[in-house]
Design a protein around this ligand. Structure first.
Ligand SMILES: CC(C)(COP(=O)(O)OP(=O)(O)OC[C@H]1O[C@@H](n2cnc3c(N)ncnc32)[C@H](O)[C@@H]1OP(=O)(O)O)[C@@H](O)C(=O)NCCC(=O)NCCS
Length: 152
């Protein structure tokens, strides 16, 4: 049986690995090397897990092996017409091991991440959907927000 557990600071390297795999599985090019991205991600995750700004969720099988995960980054955000609390949730690092895909695990992670947001008083959450992830979020009523981006 697969269960979801909260990540600890010692999981930072594992989450950084999943993050790199997430980009690689979507055939995205990296501006630097993948090793550099993994190392810098681990540093960032260690700091944010320590402060509680990042909450990690990990999918664990009955042997204790981790088969996927996701994260919630509690971002400081000015009060807004959609929410008066000065924060938003950013959902990131959704990853399910290839052998475990297509069983609804990503959907479980999204629902669990939404609950974490609610528990922390977060009323608006955003994410960037990869091509692989888009059907999962759409099925759970996530909608396009009209956000724009420019590489500078
Ligand atoms: C995207 C990913 C997390 C989905 O994990 P998963 O556990 O296979 O997803 P689920 O089984 O919960 O799928 C949920 C729904 O989306 C559909 N779906 C999932 N992946 C899909 C895909 N690649 N193409 C089409 N539909 C897909 C499933 O059919 C399912 O719909 P259903 O419940 O109506 O059958 C996984 O493919 C992955 O790790 N990909 C690489 C990393 C990545 O892209 N992460 C998302 C970043 S935004």
């Amino acid at each position: 049986m697969i269960t979801i557990r909260k990540a600890t600071v010692t999981d930072a390297s594992l989450i950084a690995r999943q993050r790199v795999q997430m980009f690689q599985d979507n055939q995205l090019p990296c501006v630097g090397t993948w090793d550099e991205l993994e190392r810098l991600s681990q540093l960032w995750l260690t700091e944010k897990l320590q402060s509680g700004e990042y909450i990690g969720l990990l999918l664990q099988d009955e042997t204790g092996a981790i088969v996927g995960g996701a994260g919630i980054w509690q971002m400081e955000w000015p009060p807004h017409y959609l929410h008066l609390e000065p924060k938003r949730g950013y959902l990131l690092n959704f990853y399910v091991a290839p052998a475990m895909r297509g069983q609804g695990l990503a959907k479980q992670l999204v629902r669990a991440a939404e609950n974490v947001c609610r528990e922390h008083g977060i009323r608006v959450a955003t994410l960037h959907a990869s091509a692989m992830g888009r059907p999962v979020y759409t099925a759970l009523d996530w909608t396009e927000s009209g956000e724009m981006r420019k590489l500078l």
